[in-house]
Design a protein. Structure first.
Length: 567
């Protein structure tokens, strides 16, 4: 009996040790997997950053901040696991953004994501799936979270005799990591506090950028600095009243690079060539390279059409548009959009038409705005000799918004060459989307020619675009930094014979056309001046600035001189 008793006791003790060892190894593995799920996206971001990030510093700090979560006491760690599972869609969004842009999302990207539609989300998802490593990192990170949760669940079902000791060691380790966490979080918040050890840009880490997003969100809420809130716009107050008939068009393009439609592209296709011929016949002028108000549509368009400087960008949330100012001056006005309705809204106009509800809808080409615009100005054509009312419209084009191949009728272009690389195919499709935009503008110019009264069209892109051939580590636009490619755009003015005979364009634009670069606010000034608001030549802005970071890691809402933009 004693032998049996001792044998049983030894076996029991041995089994207990095995259980505890299994318990500890399962718990450790669960924590390692949890750490990896939040750390691995940093590796992806740095792989796709094109050298924009400080690799070793970013890896070190991301590893430390993720480890801080992975070694939390058991109950807090369990809470962190539950939160992580709930935040899986946000993690996948972060991975997608990093795969496309080589950095984690900032505040503007977060706002754009919350304001987007299902269709645009699908388009963005297609881009992400095609991006290198997105699917691999997504599967690995999600699987790590799920397996970590499962292993830790089995661990909690067992009682470990070394629990207290284990928790004590974890607490000591957590305290040891606090200096790292402090330094990292201070860097994330951008606070002017002493920073311990080496600092790194938090935007390359999931936890770091999340900290920054929360901080910026609190700042936006506390100080009322949210551009996308449903503000009611102030009434337009003007001191002029235009009684003579006139036609004014303000055309806002999408993702048009500087020089993307112009003399540099004259050999691209018949429509760009036709625009150049019109300018050569003194029925238009190419304006200097234009610095966009921002490299994101939702910020740049409100500033553009409210004549708002980047330094005063908050005012664009409530300021009346240039179209509202024309309405107050006696114009009949129309808002015609083939773009996202969330970008800008304003009441009080005579005519509204929105073809698509989102920038991701692909079944409406910009040409569909033409019969709408033509119908709106039909009274101006029908009463050529008796008309006294001026007409004005804003047309917001779909332009070259990604996915490029969905922005133009593919059948109108030659078959895509076979064996093109993915990058070359992207470049080809972008060029075709711009050529199609040129076609739409040529047809809008024909509407100018259809009236006998002075008529003009002002065109400006909302911002530019980054392409693979730029080799700058940034894709499309609204990336980790504004570049010279997505921070500048194309602008020009077209007019009809009646406007040419008045000599108004030459007189009013003489101070603008010789500038090296002009600002978005100058485009709004040009539109108002040609509409009859002033007889004086347009004076260009003294400072040409953009509301966007020009360096990786800088705050989103930073006003910078456009001369600081880099390729």
């Amino acid at each position: 009996m004693p032998k049996t008793f001792f044998a049983t006791a030894l076996m029991s003790e041995s089994n207990s040790r095995r259980i505890n060892q299994f318990h500890l190894s399962s718990e450790t593995f669960a924590r390692i997997l949890f750490w990896g799920a939040w750390f691995l996206p940093t590796v992806l971001a740095l792989m796709r950053s094109g050298g924009n990030g400080r690799a070793w510093e970013s890896l070190l700090w991301s590893a430390c901040i993720c480890a801080l979560l992975a070694i939390l006491p058991r109950r807090l760690f369990r809470v962190a696991q539950y939160c992580s599972l709930l935040l899986t869609p946000a993690l996948l969004w972060w991975i997608a953004y990093a795969a496309l842009n080589g950095i984690g999302p900032g505040w503007q990207a977060a706002l754009a994501a919350t304001a987007t539609s299902v269709n645009e989300t699908k388009d963005a998802l297609k881009l992400a799936i095609d991006a290198p490593y997105f699917v691999f990192f997504s599967l690995v990170c999600v699987a790590s979270l799920v397996v970590s949760f499962y292993l830790y669940t089995t661990t909690l079902a067992m009682a470990a005799t070394s629990a207290k000791t284990s928790e004590g060691l974890k607490l000591i380790f957590a305290l040891a990591l606090l200096p790292f966490a402090y330094s990292y979080i201070v860097s994330s918040l951008g606070a002017h506090l002493p920073i311990i050890f080496l600092s790194s840009d938090s935007s390359f880490s999931t936890i770091g950028s999340a900290t920054r997003l929360v901080w910026e969100g609190v700042d936006q809420v506390l100080y009322g600095d949210i551009l996308y809130a449903g503000h009611s716009r102030l009434p337009a107050k003007v001191s002029v009243h235009v009684k003579a008939p006139r036609l004014a068009m303000f055309v806002v393009g999408e993702s048009v690079r500087a020089g993307g439609i112009g003399i540099e592209k004259i050999e691209r296709g018949p429509w760009t060539k036709a625009l150049n011929e019109r300018v050569n016949n003194h029925l238009g002028v190419w304006l200097p390279t234009t610095c966009a108000g921002s490299n994101g549509t939702a910020v740049s368009v409100p500033m553009l059409i409210t004549e708002t400087e980047p330094s005063n960008y908050k005012q664009s949330a409530t300021a009346p548009s240039v179209l509202a100012m024309l309405k107050a001056a006696g114009y009949k006005t129309a808002w015609i959009s083939n773009q996202d309705t969330n970008v800008f809204s304003e009441s009080g106009h005579d005519y509204y038409w929105t073809i698509s509800r989102s920038a991701g809808v692909s079944d409406s080409y910009d040409e569909e705005m033409l019969p709408i615009a033509s119908a709106f100005i039909s009274p101006l054509r029908a009463q050529q000799n008796a008309m006294t009312t001026p007409y004005a419209m804003v047309l917001h084009m779909h332009g070259s918004h990604f996915s490029y191949q969905e922005r133009y009728p593919v059948a109108e272009f030659a078959k895509e060459p076979e064996n093109l690389s993915s990058d070359d195919l992207t470049e080809l499709r972008y060029e075709r989307s711009e050529e199609y935009s040129a076609k739409v503008i040529v047809k809008l110019a024909a509407l100018l020619d259809s009236v006998d009264y002075p008529a003009f069209l002002v065109f400006s892109g909302d911002h530019g675009e980054n392409l693979p051939s730029d080799h700058n580590g940034v894709l499309t636009h609204l990336g980790p930094r504004a570049t010279i490619r997505d921070g500048t755009t194309t602008s020009f003015v077209l007019w009809n014979r009646a406007m040419q005979l008045s000599a108004a364009p030459d007189t009013l634009l003489r101070n603008v056309i010789n500038q090296n670069m002009i600002a978005h606010v100058d485009i709004a000034k040009i539109f108002l001046t040609l509409s009859g608001f002033s007889n004086d030549a347009v004076t260009p802005a003294k400072q040409v600035t953009i509301l966007a970071p020009v360096e990786v890691g800088a705050p989103a809402f930073t006003v910078n001189d456009c001369s600081l933009l880099k390729p």
